[in-house]
Design a protein around this ligand. Structure first.
Ligand code: SF4
Ligand code: SF4
Length: 352
């Protein structure tokens, strides 16, 4: 259990750490008493891993701009949303109406939570391209009492190509749809006179996986990310923070971890041994090993996502039937998809 709000500090996340530039004040201050971490982080610093994509120069010239465009458009949506102010007249909005709106705008699932200070990051880590770097280390303003947490599904057909470009495209395109959905929900709330801020890949004020776990949108599986009972780990998360008086709505609890303990396919297929067995029911993950894979392949890797049986659909009603049923479900998955599922479609990015 977390005891204080200081437990979530965005400066401690890998993406915040590896953006620190050597020789800057923020770098020196952050690593002053973290020598072991600095030694592990330094080799990951300053590399735009997309350039390491194992494709021809012509392929990269043609397709990498697509990826950069998803990022650019998502950042623009964040910036526009931050500039918008709530309408002067407040109009009631119900949780049900907001959930329906979020689903129509692209969410594949949604929940709502009451928040406390402990749910937010304590300090900004300068992860995104939206806040200026000087905000690194500034306290996060946690003045939103509620949040809508949602997920969007990734393109599972493209994910089967992991760790190639197609998987990277599936990831970035999904993050862009998170931004579109979040921006639409935030605008809807603002038009009804409520404060609203959406967060996604380029702008966070709170870690979303713990919020999604608390809302029962899924559980952190052995592969470390959130596993949704229907959509599996092939989702991306977003949130809209608001002062609108919506009611807390959690999803029914589904135990993913019992399945993980009999499965471990992500652990077996991970090329870097970044995924370890659970320790005290919590996933153990070596983020440096995983990120080195990103650097080596110039993609988001994604082999663990495409390995997970939940990516292909698991009958969650059977999860409570015990170990023998789960073993049968894993076996059924292996017979149908194999230990490392292969692509089923022709890549839209290749001639053959
Ligand atoms: S993304 Fe790749 S390297 Fe990272 S944990 Fe998953 S399988 Fe392993
Ligand atoms: S591949 Fe298996 S062990 Fe890994 S997260 Fe998915 S269900 Fe859990």
């Amino acid at each position: 259990m977390r005891s204080t709000w200081k437990d979530y500090d965005e400066r401690d996340t890998l993406f915040a750490r590896i953006r620190l530039r050597k020789g800057t004040k923020n770098y020196e201050t952050y690593y002053r008493d973290k020598e072991e971490r600095r030694q592990k982080d330094d080799p990951l610093r300053g590399d735009n891993f997309l350039q390491n994509l194992r494709e021809s120069a012509a392929f990269k010239k043609k397709h990498l701009p697509l990826i950069e465009d998803f990022d650019r458009r998502a950042v623009r949506l964040h910036e526009e949303s931050l500039r918008q102010r709530p309408a002067e007249t407040k109009v009631d909005v119900t949780t049900e109406e907001l959930f329906a709106f979020a689903k129509a705008a692209g969410a594949c699932d949604v929940a709502a939570l009451e928040l406390t200070r402990a749910d937010f990051y304590s300090h900004h880590g300068g992860v995104d391209g939206i806040r200026p770097a000087k905000e690194h280390g500034e306290p996060v303003r946690a003045d939103y009492p509620r949040a809508l947490i949602f997920c969007v599904g990734m393109d599972r057909g493209l994910l089967r190509f992991a760790p190639r470009f197609e998987a990277l495209h599936a990831t970035k395109e999904a993050y862009y749809r998170v931004a579109k959905t979040g921006a639409a929900v935030a605008r809807h709330l603002q038009e009804k006179g409520h404060n609203a801020l959406f967060t996604g890949e380029h702008h966070y004020i709170a870690p979303l996986v713990p919020l999604a776990e608390r809302a029962n949108l899924g559980q952190r599986g052995m592969l470390h990310v959130l596993v949704h009972p229907v959509h599996g780990p092939s989702i991306r998360l977003g949130a809209v923070f608001t002062d609108a008086p919506i009611a807390e709505r959690k999803k029914p609890h589904v135990s993913i971890k019992d399945f993980c303990k009999r499965c471990a396919l992500c652990l077996m297929n991970c090329p870097t041994q970044a995924i370890k067995p659970f320790s005290r029911d919590r996933p153990v993950f070596d983020e440096h090993k995983c990120y080195k894979m990103f650097q080596a392949y110039g993609t988001d890797c994604g082999i663990c996502l495409k390995s997970c049986p939940f990516t292909y659909g698991i009958d969650s009603a059977r999860l409570d039937e015990g170990r023998e049923t789960i073993d049968r479900m894993v076996e059924e998955h292996l017979q149908k998809h194999g230990r490392i599922p292969k692509p089923l479609i022709k890549s839209p990015f290749r001639k053959s």
